[in-house]
Design a protein around this ligand. Structure first.
Ligand SMILES: NC(=O)c1ccc[n+]([C@@H]2O[C@H](COP(=O)([O-])OP(=O)(O)OC[C@H]3O[C@@H](n4cnc5c(N)ncnc54)[C@H](OP(=O)(O)O)[C@@H]3O)[C@@H](O)[C@H]2O)c1
Length: 304
C-alpha cells in the first residue's frame, strides 16, 4: 500500500479510536483504561492468549500488527524493550504512515531518538512516553506519564492520553521523557538502597523495619523540603555553606562504613558513597556543602 493510499485510510478511522500493541502487564492496563474511558480500542499482542481478556472488556483483537495499526489514527506501543519495538515496527510496515505513534516502552534517550528518526522518515508522527506508575494506578490521576516528541501529537491526543493518568509534556526532543524517567528512577533507587542498608543496620540489633520506618519517613519528608535550596546551590554552582560541610559528611560516612562492618553487614551500598566523598575531600571541597560533589558527578566516567 502506498503512503497516499494509507493516509486516506487514516482519515476514515473514527475520532475516538486507539490501537494498543503489547498486552503485557502494562499494555493490558493501558488498553483497559482506554476501554473504560469509552474509546474504541483495537489490540494486538504477539502471544494471542493475552488478547482475550481485553476483548472480554470491550476491545477488538486484530490478527496482525498492521491490521491493528490500520484501525486507529493513534497507535500506542508498550512492549518489553527497543528490540521488541523494532520487531513491531517491522511488522506494522507502511500501515503506520500518516498516523501518530505513542511509544510508551521504557528505554534510553538515544533509543527513543533513534525510534523517532526511524518512523518520522516513514511519515509517522512520533510521541515518546515514560510511565511513572505501576499498572494498578493506570487510569487514575495520580498515575504520572511523561511525554516528549511532537507537541502537536501531544496536544491533539491530550484528551485520549488523559485516560491513562496525568500527562506532562517536556519538549520536542523525543529523548527527554526517557531522560526524566531515568532521573526520577535514579532518585528512587538511591533512596531505597539507602533505606535497605539502614534497615539492615538497625536490624542487627533486632529493630524491625516496621519499627524503624516511621522515623525514616519523618526524616526524609524534612529532607525533601530542603531540596529546592540544594537545587539552587547546584544551579548556581555555589556550594558555600554555613550549615554543614562536606568534611562532616566524610566523618559520618567513615563511621557508617566502620559501624556496618562491626555490626556484621556488608558495605555494598555505602562504600561507593564514601569513595565519592573521599574524592571530594581530595579535590578540595572539605569546607563546601555536600552538593559540591556535583562537580565530580558531572564529570564523564573514567574510561576502563
Ligand atoms: N509493569 C510496570 O510496572 C511498568 C511501569 C512503568 C513502565 N513499564 C514499561 O512498560 C513496558 C512493558 O512492561 P510490562 O510490565 O508490560 O512487561 P511484560 O508484562 O513483560 O510485557 C512485555 C510485552 O512485550 C511484548 N513483547 C516482547 N517482545 C516482543 C517482540 N519481540 N515482539 C512483540 N511483542 C513483544 C510481550 O509480548 P508477549 O506477551 O507475546 O510475550 C508483552 O506484551 C516496558 O518497557 C516497561 O519498562 C512497566
Amino acid at each position: 500500500m502506498s503512503q497516499m493510499e494509507n493516509a486516506g485510510a487514516v482519515s476514515e478511522v473514527g475520532a475516538n479510536t486507539v490501537t494498543v500493541i503489547g498486552l503485557g502487564l502494562m499494555g493490558s492496563a493501558l488498553a483497559k483504561a482506554f476501554v473504560e474511558k469509552g474509546h474504541s480500542v483495537t489490540v494486538w499482542n504477539r502471544e494471542p492468549a493475552r488478547v482475550e481478556p481485553l476483548v472480554a472488556t470491550g476491545a477488538t483483537g486484530a490478527p496482525t500488527p498492521a491490521d491493528a495499526v490500520r484501525s486507529s489514527g493513534t497507535v500506542v506501543v508498550c512492549v518489553s524493550d527497543y528490540d521488541a519495538v523494532g520487531d513491531v515496527l517491522d511488522a506494522a510496515g507502511e500501515a503506520l504512515a500518516g498516523r501518530t505513534l505513542v511509544n510508551l516502552t521504557s528505554g534510553t534517550p538515544e533509543q527513543c531518538r533513534q525510534a523517532a528518526a526511524r518512523v518520522q522518515e516513514a511519515g509517522v508522527t512520533y510521541l515518546d512516553g515514560a510511565i511513572m506508575a505501576i499498572p494498578p494506578f493506570i487510569g487514575q490521576p495520580q498515575a504520572m506519564l511523561l511525554y516528549s516528541g511532537s507537541k502537536s501529537a501531544f496536544d491533539e491526543n491530550q484528551a485520549l492520553l488523559e485516560s491513562l493518568g496525568t500527562g506532562i509534556y517536556l519538549g520536542e526532543d523525543a529523548g527527554l521523557a526517557a531522560l526524566y524517567d531515568l532521573g526520577l528512577l535514579c532518585s528512587m533507587w538511591s533512596m531505597l538502597m539507602g533505606y535497605f542498608h539502614a534497615a539492615a543496620l538497625v536490624g542487627t540489633e533486632n529493630v524491625s523495619a516496621a519499627e524503624f520506618t516511621p522515623l525514616v519517613s519523618g526524616w526524609l519528608t524534612g529532607l525533601i523540603g530542603f531540596l529546592p535550596q540544594v537545587a539552587e546551590e547546584i544551579d548556581k554552582r555555589d556550594y558555600a555553606t554555613d550549615v554543614s560541610k562536606l568534611a562532616a559528611s566524610a566523618a559520618g560516612l567513615e563511621h557508617l562504613v566502620h559501624a556496618s562492618q562491626a555490626q556484621g553487614i556488608g558495605v555494598d551500598v555505602v562504600a561507593p558513597i564514601k569513595d565519592l566523598i573521599d574524592r571530594g575531600m581530595k579535590a578540595g571541597y572539605a569546607d563546601e556543602s555536600l552538593s559540591a560533589l556535583m562537580e565530580l558527578i558531572r564529570q564523564p566516567a573514567p574510561s576502563s
